[in-house]
Design a protein around this ligand. Structure first.
Ligand SMILES: Nc1ncnc2c1ncn2[C@@H]1O[C@H](COP(=O)(O)OP(=O)(O)OP(=O)(O)O)[C@@H](O)[C@H]1O
Length: 261
């Protein structure tokens, strides 16, 4: 199993005696494209990302650009494949700039902090509009600011695959769109694989290339976001009556009319 992108086979996960992922066999995740991972609460999205990252045990065979991640020690694997969990970065007493440099160290990019590293790190913070937070302490930041720092840490590690679990959950509307824009541009420019768990269907349909839809630990649909996210699928997946309309600028949006009881 070789080739470009992220390929995963036989992704099964059990917690104790309970199987929560049932031998998933997704189509390869393509470099340069952002894939939304969608589905109801408890459908297995976080567990799927954690299995891809190697954080939960799974018999899965996972390759990234031809490298067999599943056989790699976790420390080496995290250099190639960065996972940003749903929980916000810990509010430790560490300056934001230091936290980004520490994250680079975890990814094997060296522990030094010469002028070039500092300039690169400040540039990453500026990309997210948080350059002014560089000297602030993590334990003095708001939830949204910490989430932005977590994203800056993840991108600053320059992974070949980026796995983001609900990275917009603490962000205001402006930052939700700016972060998606940064993620899209970075994914295309660096030709990396990005998989992102989202609950906002409008962001998914407008700002991701592909979508994988999960339910009850299985993948029930996958393909280009604008094709896959349809009224029938939303009814089946979320139990809602919804329409996918086109706005006056030609962009799709999801209009929810109500739930199905
Ligand atoms: N550490 C754990 N131990 C036991 N069961 C777990 C554990 N983590 C998750 N589960 C169970 O596994 C299933 C899938 O959970 P998971 O967190 O992957 O879902 P999700 O789709 O990410 O949900 P959400 O959208 O609510 O974050 C759920 O039934 C959950 O209760």
């Amino acid at each position: 199993m070789t080739g470009a992108g992220l390929c995963a086979r036989h992704v099964s996960v059990r917690y104790g005696r309970r199987t929560v992922l049932h031998d998933l066999d997704p189509a390869p995740f393509v470099r340069g494209r952002v894939c939304a991972l969608l589905g109801p609460n408890g459908s297995g999205k976080s567990t799927f990302l954690r299995a891809l990252a190697g954080i939960v045990p799974s018999p899965a065979v996972i390759t990234l650009n031809g490298m067999d991640l599943s056989r790699m020690p976790l420390a080496q694997r995290t250099r190639h494949c960065v996972y940003l969990p749903q929980t916000l970065p810990a509010p430790v007493h560490l300056q934001v700039l230091e936290s980004l440099i520490a994250a680079r160290h975890v990814s094997g990019m060296g522990s030094g902090a010469d002028d070039t590293v500092i300039a690169d790190t400040l540039e990453t913070l500026d990309t997210f509009g948080i350059g002014d937070l560089a000297m602030r302490y993590m334990d003095e930041l708001s939830g949204g600011q910490r989430q932005l720092v977590g994203l800056a840490q993840a991108l600053g590690r320059q992974p070949e695959a980026l796995l983001l679990d609900e990275p917009l959950s603490a962000l205001d509307l402006h930052h939700q769109f700016s972060v998606m824009d940064i993620v899209r541009r970075t994914t295309a420019a660096r030709r990396i694989v990005t998989i992102i768990v989202l609950h906002d269907l409008n962001i998914a349909v407008r700002m991701t290339d592909d979508a994988v839809i999960m339910r009850d630990g299985r993948i029930i649909a996958a393909g280009p976001s604008r094709t896959v996210i349809s009224p029938a699928l939303l009814q089946q997946t979320y139990g809602i009556h919804a329409r996918v309309e086109t706005c006056s600028r030609g962009e799709p949006y999801v209009m929810v009319d109500g739930t199905i009881d």
